[in-house]
Ligand binder design. Structure first.
Ligand SMILES: C[S@@+](CC[C@H](N)C(=O)[O-])C[C@H]1O[C@@H](n2cnc3c(N)ncnc32)[C@H](O)[C@@H]1O
Length: 194
């Protein structure tokens, strides 16, 4: 098995990293982004240096912890809001965030992601990561675009999955964003708001 530590050079051990590796070992069967895409997400978060992150689709917190580890290593203390509709999964994520020592900068919202985004008033984000039910991607894109800052980054997981390709093609042709389709695993779509 490959772990994120084998794909990115980490020079020192820390608590957050230990939890990430533990999640990779214990939860290899779960639909997380996995270490390859985690390494890519880590890289774009490091380059983007976001201060306010929104994630739709928490599961047990693996991808959120990857983004927080990237910020920590880059010397940034972001605020991360992550939305999960399953209470059981959200509770598990909260426990993992506690163990990783990041509870003070993470807000876990237990709700339907699209309902939550519709309720947001006067808040904007500079990085949005979307990994919910694939049929919801077109609506998530339209709802998230207004709350993404200019030059902010929005990333969709599974962009090359058969049911998602048509959406990815539409976004690549959308002039409101500049986008790249990254052929890593089943794909990641990276959009920058113009
Ligand atoms: C693929 S998993 C997320 C994996 C996570 N991003 C990671 O890599 O660690 C998708 C998660 O999104 C949740 N989900 C799916 N549709 C959702 C929605 N409309 N609102 C909130 N959560 C949703 C599911 O319950 C599931 O836990």
């Amino acid at each position: 098995m490959t772990y994120i530590t084998q794909l990115i050079s980490f020079h020192e051990e820390d608590h957050l990293l230990s939890i990430l590796i533990e999640l990779e070992k214990e939860e290899a069967y779960l639909p997380t982004i996995g270490p390859m895409k985690a390494a890519f997400l880590f890289t774009i978060v490091t380059i983007t240096r976001p201060k306010r992150i929104l994630e739709l689709g928490t599961l047990h917190g693996y991808s959120a912890l990857v983004m927080l580890k990237a910020c920590k290593d880059a010397g940034i203390r972001p605020e991360l809001t992550t939305v999960e509709m399953s209470e059981v999964r959200a509770r598990r994520a909260i426990a993992n965030f506690k163990r990783a020592g990041v509870c003070d900068i993470v807000r876990v919202v237990i709700d339907d992601a699209l309902t939550y985004v519709r309720s947001i008033k006067g808040e904007t984000f500079d990085f949005i990561f979307i990994d919910i039910s694939k049929g919801e991607y077109p609506e998530a894109f339209e709802l998230c675009l207004p709350i993404l800052k200019k030059h902010g980054v929005m990333v969709f997981d599974n962009a090359l999955m058969p049911g998602v390709r048509r959406f990815s093609r539409a976004v690549l042709n959308d002039t409101r964003v500049t986008s790249s389709l990254i052929k890593i695993g089943d794909g990641m779509l990276v959009c920058i708001k113009r």
